[in-house]
Ligand binder design. Structure first.
Ligand SMILES: [Ca+2]
Length: 282
């Protein structure tokens, strides 16, 4: 299946190159802002120093990488933009309106040395305690990344790792921020859905809560069948509702994708630690 966005293979004109240079500057600035926001989000009631301490070597490593990048190497970033207002439940056929904080507007992957920073931006602040009548009787809300090596070569697994029993899903690394309705809490995890191996990762919200970042040490991406090289892979992002009410009914429904999925095959963003890419951005 061909999923490579045409834009990514287009040869940039001179103007585009200049534009890119300008963007790189902005991206460096954004990287710093992003880190500050992430730290703020992680810290909230603790100091920046305590936040670094709390999340240990990974985040500290990222801080060093970020500060180093300002002076030396450019942070490489992949950005996918998505329209606001296109999140729907049940194809929009009479389903409840999807809250704006489940409407994806941007997905960004930034190299942070030994780690990779994943940031999803949505169309409204993610509430401290997200509530949506579609899932208030039980279940989970997900802000998700699906990481694969290549859209042209996706394997599939039929399993219960994603709590979508009986469904066939792409074999991938799943990076998810999960709001659990019953537990009334957030958690962030990296899941290998071929082995159901799950690892908690550091996460934080931006100060306006429109963005959530998750930090994944490259050393966690050890399944070389899924991703041969953590410095280069393809991805898509999703918001998902997993319903699990008291009657025992379960269903997993995708509300929004970035890149938007149209027709057959997967349209994926491309990440590489050696180049900047954008897709679908104005
Ligand atoms: Ca959207």
């Amino acid at each position: 299946m061909k999923g490579e966005p045409a834009m990514l293979s287009a040869k940039p004109s001179m103007n585009l190159r200049l534009e890119k240079k300008k963007n790189n500057k902005n991206e460096r600035k954004n990287m710093n802002n992003q880190f500050d926001e992430l730290t703020k989000g992680l810290a909230q009631s603790v100091t920046r120093r305590a936040a670094l301490k709390k999340f240990g070597v990974g985040l500290a490593g990222m801080a060093l990488a970020c500060f180093g990048l300002v002076n030396a190497v450019e942070a490489q970033t992949s950005v996918v933009c998505d329209p606001a207002g296109d999140a729907t439940y049940g194809n929009g056929k009479g389903g409840p309106q999807v809250p704006d904080w489940l409407d994806l507007v941007q997905a960004t992957i930034t190299d942070a040395g030994d780690s990779i920073l994943f940031t999803l931006t949505v169309n409204a602040p993610i509430p401290l305690t997200p509530s949506w009548r579609n899932v208030d009787d039980g279940g989970q809300l997900w802000w998700s990344w699906r990481l694969v090596a290549d859209a042209a070569d996706i394997a599939f697994v039929s399993n219960g790792c994603l709590q979508a029993k009986g469904q066939t899903v792409p074999a991938c690394y799943c990076l998810d921020l999960i709001w659990n309705v019953q537990a009334a809490s957030f958690r962030a995890r990296l899941l290998d859905d071929t082995s159901c191996t799950e690892t908690a990762v550091a996460m934080g919200f931006s100060s306006d809560r429109r963005a959530v970042s998750m930090l994944v040490p490259k050393g966690l991406l050890t399944n070389r069948t899924l991703i041969p090289d953590p410095n280069s892979f393809q991805y898509l992002t999703e918001t998902i509702v997993w319903k699990a009410n008291s009657n025992g009914n379960t269903s997993l429904t995708i509300l929004d994708n970035a890149p938007t999925q149209t027709g057959g095959g997967f349209i994926l963003g491309t990440w590489s630690s050696s180049s900047n890419t954008t897709y679908g951005c104005p």
